[in-house]
Design a protein around this ligand. Sequence first.
Ligand SMILES: NC(=O)C1=CN([C@@H]2O[C@H](COP(=O)(O)OP(=O)(O)OC[C@H]3O[C@@H](n4cnc5c(N)ncnc54)[C@H](O)[C@@H]3O)[C@@H](O)[C@H]2O)[C@@H](O)CC1
Ligand SMILES: Nc1ncnc2c1ncn2[C@@H]1O[C@H](COP(=O)(O)OP(=O)(O)O)[C@@H](O)[C@H]1O
Ligand SMILES: [K+]
Length: 528
Amino acid sequence: MKIYSADQIYQAINTTIEKNKISSNELMEFAGIQIFNWFHTRMQGAQVPIHIYCGIGNNGGSGLVLGRQLLQHGYNVHTYVVNFSDKRTKDFLINYDRIKEFKVWPRLLSSGEEFPEMNKEDIIVDAIFGIGLNRETSDWVKNLIKYINASDAYTVSIDVPSGLYPNHAPEDKEAVIESNFTLTGQAPKLSFFLPETGIYMQQWEALNFGFDQEYLQSIETEVELIDKLEILPLYVPREKYAHKGIYGHSLIVGGSYGKIGAVTLASSACLRVGTGLITAYIPKCGYIILQTSLPEAMVICDEDEKNITKIQYDIEPKAIGIGIGLGTDAATVKALKAFLKTNKAPLVIDADALNILAVNKTLLKSVSKGSILTPHPKELERLIGKWTDDFDKLEKTKAFSKKYNVVVIIKGAHTITCYADKLYINNTGNPGMATAGSGDVLTGMLTGLISQGYDSVTAAILGVYLHGKAGDIALTGLGYQALIASDIVEHIGDAYLDLFKKPEEPKEAEAPKEEPKKRKATQVRRKR
Ligand SMILES: NC(=O)C1=CN([C@@H]2O[C@H](COP(=O)(O)OP(=O)(O)OC[C@H]3O[C@@H](n4cnc5c(N)ncnc54)[C@H](O)[C@@H]3O)[C@@H](O)[C@H]2O)[C@@H](O)CC1
Ligand SMILES: Nc1ncnc2c1ncn2[C@@H]1O[C@H](COP(=O)(O)OP(=O)(O)O)[C@@H](O)[C@H]1O
Ligand SMILES: [K+]
């Protein structure tokens, strides 16, 4: 699913209006009715008080359309205008007049006013700011936002949780609505998937706001959300007359004394994802461990007992996963330097190999074409330097990817694959995967996919998806705490099989992955 920038959304609104010869207010009415339908389907006329907080821009205008529709259908509605500016938009004003047709005068909230009384059983609609937020809000609006968050009432945001900017993090972490459900226009926004800003929402659903479909499809976006629909066309089926040679020989280079398990995990993941052959290159101390725990793997031993000191072999791997459990012994660093200078096979670089590259940046120029780097946030920082916020992190990663012509996978919840200017956001995976060795599994999977002939960008997108899906399937019956990295390996097969289960509806809502929390995410985080 494409993720549009704020500029692209404004452009889509303008194009829709021009092309379809409708007024912007007609478009707002359409969007407001879709939001109303969402409520009406769920509430079926229930008389729970609904408090709608409207800003003075078009986000607020949509809130007023919703309010009018709800009133027309007999709901118990309270509307407020958060009067943070005199520059009310035309469509806000039209709808401000129209709601008065119902003899309802929205209450004006300004600085110094007392905030409305609400109960935690009520419903709040947040239509204060949309994608037009462009500066820090005034203190009284911040206080209103804090007041809404403290109410503990179920909060539905229109388009975005108010206080989130389209392209940078909020200055004041408390001045953002903590939304239980966000009804977003047409497609989710980038901020929904970044650690600093994703915490303000629990669930989202993209509603059709009536933007011109043809135009939306024609836009190239920098960001894409990856789900099954995007993955299916990437998958290459196994051929009937295939033999193991077709699916490539993978090499996993890693391990040191006490860290041989990492290589075992990566190698078994590499096999499970479908590599034809696998060889592990490890220090001598790992020989018996690997041969015993993974009989399908071949093993080449370094001459050193505890560390890798030379990377030399007489096989021709199609892809090499390197760095897991490697350590940063001086001899290992030397071996890696020598290896990078001669190696031509695409690499999947992880863990200590990343750390070695980070302190020897000139080596990055020797990294072979089509390689993938898989840093977690700390490793990424060592490579690209500090960032001001998550949006800046993405810009810096893009620049790094372009400079060294490598694919960078930023690991975490919603892992992001970056290649040059493109960002692919993964939508599988769960917090149970925040466990030792799950990154090693990913490295093995990526290596195995490249060996089978996938190009590195496709291998990254597909591998990250399957890794997360295997983790999601493993979660059933285990729960977040008990899930360990080997469980992910064991469910790689199920992740493949899941691709061919009944086709998914276009994903509009993020399925809840656990029982809905009583409290909102950030409240839990702050332990209020
Ligand atoms: N026909 C349309 O134009 C439609 C617009 N829609 C909604 O319109 C929203 C965008 O509308 P707008 O561009 O009016 O922006 P917003 O509704 O987000 O409003 C922000 C307004 O306040 C001003 N502002 C920004 N930051 C401020 C601050 N800190 N303090 C005081 N004023 C501030 C902005 O200049 C802007 O006029 C979308 O998010 C979406 O919800 C949708 O409902 C679909 C239809
Ligand atoms: N909260 C989370 N939600 C989804 N996936 C996660 C989460 N936390 C971690 N993961 C995934 O687990 C893996 C962890 O990798 P990494 O930090 O390298 O672990 P290790 O070094 O122990 O192998 C990554 O693929 C990451 O995307
Ligand atoms: K909003």
